[in-house]
Design a protein around this ligand. Structure first.
Ligand SMILES: C[S@@+](CC[C@H](N)C(=O)[O-])C[C@H]1O[C@@H](n2cnc3c(N)ncnc32)[C@H](O)[C@@H]1O
Length: 231
């Protein structure tokens, strides 16, 4: 793998650096190497591009990524250009949610979307679009989940990070109403930045047990949701 220290990706590393949420998706792909192999793969909100890169490294036949930020697509291009994946084709699309993918289906859909319950940017070292999920955190998740049936091929699956405190049951209800199946594969605990905690629209108790204080710090649970289209 070549590393280019003067690349645009390096210049934007502080803004687009991967997080524990990213790692959750990466870990799943590493633990299930068959999931990406020879699959037409889409990642919405690719940011730094590493989730898409992991799929390409594990043998995806095509990797199609999107973001609403020009800068993110530039970082993703740098990331994916560094790979040695000659049998994988790449596409980069600028645009929100499903709009770049009209009439297209994929075997594997990956995402780590903005989903923190807040209305305005809460992290001074990220772009506004990084984590703002609206008052209930679901503004993007709802649009994402609503499009899964239309954009998953039969036999396909979607794998996405999902804050446990923004309603896994709501997501499951929408998924199952569409005839899809959802499992929650794993959950991790992450430290929440004080600015995030301060921006929560409701008091901490409203998010218990998935957001909770320990001493002077506040932690949150993040799950990994897997949705399968079996027929
Ligand atoms: C939490 S970051 C995740 C980035 C990267 N996938 C990762 O795991 O590090 C969310 C990404 O979604 C992008 N984004 C925000 N709103 C979007 C939208 N409506 N459609 C597509 N991407 C969006 C952001 O620009 C950002 O790159």
């Amino acid at each position: 793998m070549k590393l280019n220290p003067s690349s645009r990706a390096e210049k934007s590393l502080d803004v687009f650096r991967p997080s524990e949420y990213t790692c959750l998706v990466l870990q799943y792909l590493q633990d299930h190497p068959e999931v990406a192999r020879e699959r037409r793969t889409c990642e919405i909100g690719t940011g730094n591009g590493v989730i898409a890169a992991q799929a390409a490294m594990q043998g995806a036949s095509a990797v199609v990524v999107s973001d609403i930020e020009d800068q993110a697509l530039a970082a993703a291009k740098d990331c994916l250009a560094s790979l040695d994946a000659p049998s994988c084709s790449f596409e980069f699309h600028l645009g929100p949610m499903w709009s770049p993918f009209a009439n297209r289906r994929f075997d594997l859909i990956l995402a780590n979307l903005p989903q923190f319950p807040c209305e305005a940017s809460v992290l001074s070292d990220r772009l506004h679009s990084w984590s703002v999920g609206g008052s209930d955190g679901r503004a993007l998740l709802d649009r994402f989940v609503a499009g899964l049936d239309e954009h998953l091929a039969v036999g396909g699956r979607a794998v996405f990070a999902h804050n446990s405190f923004v309603g896994l049951d709501k997501t499951r209800a929408v998924v199952e109403a569409a005839g899809l199946e959802m499992t929650v594969e794993r959950a991790v605990t992450v430290l929440l930045a004080p600015t995030k905690v301060a921006a929560l629209p409701l008091g901490l108790a409203a998010y218990a047990p998935h957001i909770y204080p320990v001493g002077n710090y506040v932690f949150g649970h993040v799950s990994l949701a897997v949705v399968c289209k079996n027929h």
